[in-house]
Design a protein around this ligand. Sequence first.
Ligand code: BYC
Length: 474
Amino acid sequence: MINYTEKIPNNVDLGRDRVLQRALEHWQPAYLSWWYDMGPNESHNFEVYLRTATSVEPDGWAQFDYVKMPEYRWGIFLQPRDEKRQVNFGIHKGQPAWQDVPGEYRSILRRIIVTQGDTEPASVEQQKMLGLSCPSLYDLRNIFQVNVEEGRHLWAMVYLLHRYFGRDGREEAESLLARRSGDTDNPRILGAFNEPTPDWLAFYMFTFFTDRDGKFQLCALAESGFDPLARTCRFMLTEEAHHMFVGESGVSRIIQRTCDVMKENKIDAPADVRALGVIDLQTIQRYLNFHYSVTLDLYGSDVSSNAANYYTSGLKGRFRETKLEDDHTLRDAMYPVSEVVGNKINTKQVPALTALNERLRDDYIEEIQAGVNRWQRVIDEAGIAFRLTLPHKGFHREIGNFTGHFISTTGEILTEEQWKAHEFEWLPSPKDYSYVQSLMSGRVAELGKFANWIAPPVKGVNGQPLDFQYVRFN
Ligand code: BYC
């Protein structure tokens, strides 16, 4: 069970390690100061119907109650230790899983943890203003739930830094509160986390596409031979599932509403759809293209010696590593990656060890495609002839083999000029953004009401009705 009587809730017996406890209690006010500054705007007095973990078991989410977000019980929760767990891949395969950081991997492990940790506060910063334009109390509550849990994910990585990396770890933990999403001087580490999330369509796309990168990266880290990292990632994954639900259902409800309006009014042209205050499917496709391509970059280069090192040293595995049936060392295996040669995209086989980023990206794409198929069903059921598609893997990429090439959504290699001529057919234009923002000028806060551009959800949170007071504004 989680101990909530301590200043920092935890299930790691923090009280036994006074030095660590004091170090984290020192970091705690800095974290809160960051939250007051960079957390959801004007929300500090709101009472939000939030879930708080009561244990790390899958059903340990029993507790729902009104909480002021700055008083949320952020803490340190690791899945229980399995005494028999081993390193399951790489050159140390078969050794007992490490309970301490192996000296030779200290700096790369710290780097992985810092990169993971950096994304969590970044996403809160990106979503800071959205509460002011929420489409309903239900949605407002959901974004706040996502935000406090991203805050807790930061705690998870900061615990590892403090507990296992001494002074360097404490310095990294400070830096995690100092970088800012989109800042020119001190930006967040990874590209997608410096992009703005200007409106709710972008928020739902982000939680569908980018939080799912979170899932796949956490799954890979949950395989780590460094047991404390694996155990904390396992628990983080239970929180991540809700974020992806918010994204998938959010986009689905927007599509639903658009299709309903199109059907009712027998209209088809984007301008007619917009005239009725809903988001045309073409704009939804452009947002999809943007968030998908920017998120594909988060997997790193197609061929990466970093990724090979992470794997060989047993620090970061593949998706569902222990369920895969092979030698778990990948000594002789090969894997296909794409490359641009002249004006063609070729596939070539490379050592699988070096292609682990690409492999994780491919696993991700498969799951994303299934989600997009579910959105498509909403359109099909409305009898509307429109296809949502994933753009080509090489479209709008800035990391890996496609960097510097101008590839269309269907995979043709173009010149920069040709590509630019189509840019705003494929990606949201300033006009698209300003149209979407024009729909979201204020907060919809009446009980049970939803903005015109989104359908209500199928059901409320924790069995509550849709007209429940999910947020009290005080
Ligand atoms: N932007 O071999 P390469 C989440 C850098 S999301 C900027 O290509 P590697 C969440 C790279 O750092 C999950 N830079 O890549 C979601 C390296 O730099 P150095 C986050 C990039 O290292 C929503 C250089 O390029 N977790 O949790 O194999 C809400 C060459 O490296 C980018 C993780 O990512 C980029 N997109 O793989 C909240 C897991 N990509 O060494 C939360 C931890 C690469 O030249 N991170 N670079 O200075 C990793 O495993 C790896 O760092 C990466 C990159 C997969 C990100």
